[in-house]
Design a protein around this ligand. Structure first.
Ligand code: ATP
Length: 304
């Protein structure tokens, strides 16, 4: 089976509410794809439709090339964590997973393997009712991994977790992608995906407003700038502005430059015999790139 999710021209309405308004995107193997947008943007709806929990009003959502409902062994094809609170509190972690494994024809040995992988082996016989939110998230992730699926989906997995839990989830997402799986991860905060996602699909009011590699998004962001220290501020400003850069004075002897590479700046200043100190590169964060991307989409920003 292909490790992919393919969403094409997907629409979903609930009565008069348009939750998803004609979106298309792909989630590819070996990558973490972040699915970002403010509350109500349509992320959970899209995930539910991909998992066959809701029928689309129009369009298609395929997992490994087929609609979810046609998958012969769903847990072996796609694992998902939508709501960590969905497990009955009276159940023991091990039994919960064993029941899932049995009902999907998966070997019992997988239960111990996934409990180990998510770090719950030592509490496997405890009742889920006594689990912290972080432990419940881990149990939900264990369930998603049970069938060793090539495609994984997680809806806001870091919500409410402590910093240690967040770091753990990030590492896990990266390692799942490194194993060649397609990992689809939603969040309403772009900064949660910094360092985790390779690709982002940004949703606003049921529409895709960006579908891009994270590196490309960051490299074109206005937050990318180079700081130049010089005693000849106005001469340097003139030379760099004439070369097409946007230059702003930060301090008596510090300028920030957008739109020119460090090497080019150094070459120009040397050529014009202008003195300069160290050139400091500031790389935009994913959050800055996101703000930059959405600042023109007034409606979207207001909603966010
Ligand atoms: N079952 C439903 N019945 C009616 N409206 C719904 C239903 N599910 C979602 N909606 C509406 O569809 C829109 C998109 O909701 P959705 O939950 O998909 O957004 P989201 O991006 O996942 O937001 P959140 O981060 O809050 O979960 C919202 O306006 C929501 O109120």
């Amino acid at each position: 089976m292909d490790a992919t999710i393919e969403v094409r021209d997907l629409h979903k309405r609930y009565g008069r509410t348009v939750a998803v308004d004609g979106i298309s995107f792909s989630v590819r193997p070996g990558e973490v794809t972040g699915f970002v947008g403010p509350n109500g943007a349509g992320k959970s709806t899209t995930m539910r439709v991909i998992l066959g929990l809701d029928a689309p009003t129009d369009g298609t959502a395929l997992v490994g090339g087929v609609p979810y409902r046609k998958l012969r062994a769903p847990l072996r094809s796609v694992g998902a964590l939508l709501d960590a609170g969905a497990v009955h509190g009276g159940r023991r972690a091990h039994h919960h997973l064993l029941w899932m494994a049995r009902s999907n024809g998966l070997p019992r040995s997988r239960v111990d393997e996934v409990l180990d992988r998510v770090g719950l082996a030592s509490v496997a016989r405890r009742r889920v009712g006594g689990f912290s939110l972080g432990m419940r998230q881990r149990l939900g992730i264990a369930g998603a991994l049970l069938g060793d699926p090539p495609v994984l989906m997680f809806d806001e997995p870091v919500n409410g977790l402590d910093p240690e839990g967040i770091v753990w989830i990030r590492k896990l997402m990266r390692s799942l992608a490194t194993e060649g799986r397609a990992v689809f991860l939603s969040s309403h905060l772009m900064r949660e995906l910094d360092g985790t996602a390779d690709h982002v699909v940004v949703l606003g009011r049921g529409r895709v407003i960006a579908d891009t590699k994270v590196d490309e998004l960051i490299s074109t962001a206005a937050g990318n700038r180079i700081e130049v220290r010089t005693s000849k501020r106005s001469e340097v400003m003139t030379v760099l502005a004439n070369a097409g850069a946007t230059v702003a004075a930060v301090d008596a002897d510090v300028l920030t430059v957008h739109g020119l590479e460090g090497e080019r700046i150094a070459a120009l200043l040397t050529e014009h015999r202008l003195p300069f100190g160290e050139l400091r590169q500031h790389r935009a964060t994913l959050e800055e790139a996101y703000m930059d991307l959405t600042q023109h989409a007034v409606e979207f920003t207001a909603e966010a």
